[in-house]
Design a protein around this ligand. Structure first.
Ligand SMILES: [Zn+2]
Length: 203
């Protein structure tokens, strides 16, 4: 279980037209840029789910392309670095967000059974129940007595090895509840690079 810093931090929000021509003439550009950058890093971006926005899937960034049309909402990942989001005209930000969220959930739910089955075999444990949840402070949880693991929906946005690492982490709790030396030695045995993946998730 690891803490997750909420939201995305992106430098791209900052643009040059926030700096006036007078400031350029006064040579204050560098200073201003630093101030703006610092402020942007501290503030999570509020996504609006509109065309041109950057969204992540399996560790890759995509530009969102919102297509308005009647019919069921759907999402298509394009090979050219776009994610097409089909929604009805007049959809609200919340509705578009929900389509994306449920799509992320579906992707993870499709991937988890084979991942869990693979690691049940390797680790020698059995999972009774798993689910995908939106969690603010944790990447995953394991209820040892119920043999139930929950995976944070945000992992759909991360590289697949991060998802796999997290699944293994939660499953190893069935061998060891605490994050002690025994737990770490088990992780070393199953995923020798786990510390690198943990760092990736802490960014
Ligand atoms: Zn843990």
């Amino acid at each position: 279980m690891y803490d997750e810093r909420p939201g995305f931090y992106e430098e791209k929000l900052f643009s040059m037209h926030q700096i006036s021509i007078f400031e350029i003439l006064l040579g204050r550009v560098q200073k201003k840029r630093m101030v703006v950058r610092r402020r942007v890093y501290q503030r999570p971006i509020k996504l609006k789910f509109v065309s041109g926005e950057t969204h992540y899937y399996k560790g890759t960034s995509y530009l969102l392309n919102v297509i308005y049309r009647n019919g069921f909402p759907k999402i298509v990942v394009q090979g050219d670095g776009h994610i097409d989001l089909y929604v009805r005209e007049g959809s609200t930000t919340e509705q578009r967000e929900k389509v994306m969220t449920e799509w992320y959930r579906k992707q993870l739910k499709q991937e988890l059974p084979s991942l869990i089955a693979k690691w049940e075999e390797v680790i020698g444990v059995k999972i009774k129940e798993y689910n995908v949840k939106q969690m603010k402070t944790r990447w995953g949880t394991c209820n040892v007595s119920a043999r139930r693991i929950w995976i944070n929906l945000e992992l759909a946005k991360k590289p697949e090895h991060c998802l796999e690492y997290l699944v293994v982490h939660e499953m190893v709790h069935l061998l060891e509840r605490k994050h002690n030396a025994h737990f770490k030695s088990q992780m070393d045995k199953f995923i020798p690079q786990w510390r690198t993946y943990r760092k990736e998730l802490k960014l």
